[in-house]
Write a protein that binds this ligand. Structure first.
Ligand code: FNR
Length: 186
């Protein structure tokens, strides 16, 4: 069975290490599996008044639809001040509106976490910070593996391609394990 995974990077930066890692993942997906990258660049700041007056913005509705039709989701989260970046939390918060849509968008959906940082701890605290959020949304979090990429500035060449052999192997293992989990969830 063909599997479609949606991937979201939590960084808006042009040279983002997290976006690079997700692009590397896209090139290394197991057979019969596609990783579609979605951007959070055009998501406005959440404001209840805006929601009440106009509903969810079109880009939020598109992202919700992309999640709702995906077999699984990969979130590649930077770490800011030992937690997740506000832009990514904001996007997820918007996608959880209206709350009645949460089961269709997130409920039971297989989700894997990964992240890259120039620092030494590989976004472990950001990944932990996501846990209560994922629980609140009712996703099916893959706990069989998680990928942390410390000192990630040295993993890519000048064109942004993953060149580090150890990370290449870890990323492939992570993706194989996650896709197995997605297949078992069906
Ligand atoms: C950071 N950074 C960071 N790194 C880390 O490993 N732990 C942390 O707690 C923080 N805190 C932090 C706060 C703020 C406000 C910024 C802007 C940055 C560094 C961060 O990992 C680095 O900027 C990455 O390059 C961000 O990811 P992208 O943009 O490369 O994907």
């Amino acid at each position: 069975m063909a599997i479609t995974i949606v991937g979201v990077s939590g960084s808006l930066r042009r040279e983002s290490l997290n976006t690079r890692l997700l692009k590397a993942a896209r090139e290394r997906m197991p057979e019969n599996t596609e990783l579609i990258l979605e951007s959070i660049a055009d998501i406005p700041l959440y404001n209840f008044d805006d929601e009440a007056e106009s509903g969810v913005p079109p880009r939020v509705a598109e992202l919700k639809a992309a999640f709702a039709s995906a077999d699984g989701v990969l979130i590649c989260s930077p770490e800011y001040n030992n937690a997740m970046p506000g832009v990514l939390k904001n996007a997820i918060d918007w996608m959880s509106r209206p709350a009645a849509d949460i089961p269709a968008v997130f409920g039971g959906r297989p989700l894997g976490l990964l992240g890259a940082t120039p620092g030494g701890y590989g976004t472990v605290l950001a990944q932990n910070a996501w846990l209560p959020v994922m629980r609140a949304l009712g996703v099916s979090l893959w706990n069989g593996g998680r990928l942390m990429a410390p000192r990630a500035g040295g993993l890519f060449d000048q064109q942004g391609r993953l060149t580090d052999e150890a990370m290449d192997s870890r990323l492939r293992n992570f993706l194989n394990g996650f896709v197995d989990f997605v297949r078992e969830s069906h």
